[in-house]
Design a protein around this ligand. Structure first.
Ligand SMILES: [Zn+2]
Length: 119
């Protein structure tokens, strides 16, 4: 999950496609991913919950991005492991979460949210 987030940040489309489950790949994946990457300025990632078994895993996370205001992509992602490799299968979109202004900021600055990316 973290490695897919990092790939979004640096624009590593090859990695994103390689870690997408083969059944879920579409012919226009590369174009869609390129657009997403060009149009999105990611600010940080917060992992909310992580459950994994031998061959499947669920990761709930919030990825923060800069839009007119700061946006949240809050998702529960499903991964499966096949032939020793983890693949992203799909995800459920979840509602945005209200953050506490005294929590550490999602951007990793080490400052409290209210002194950093406060909205
Ligand atoms: Zn911040």
């Amino acid at each position: 999950m973290r490695s897919r987030y990092s790939a979004f940040v640096v624009g590593d489309i090859g990695y994103l496609i390689k870690t997408l489950h083969p059944d879920k790949r579409q012919v226009d994946d590369e174009v869609v991913l390129r657009q997403t990457i060009e149009q999105t300025r990611w600010l940080g990632l917060k992992i909310i919950a992580h459950k994994s078994a031998e061959n499947n895993a669920t990761v709930e996370f919030i990825a923060f991005y800069q839009d007119d205001v700061i946006g949240q992509l809050h998702e529960r992602s499903h991964f499966i492991k096949q032939n020793g490799q983890w693949f992203y299968v799909d995800g459920e979109m979840l509602p945005a979460v209200k953050l506490s202004r005294n929590d550490l900021c999602f951007c990793g600055s080490g400052k409290k949210l209210k002194k950093c990316h406060s909205v």
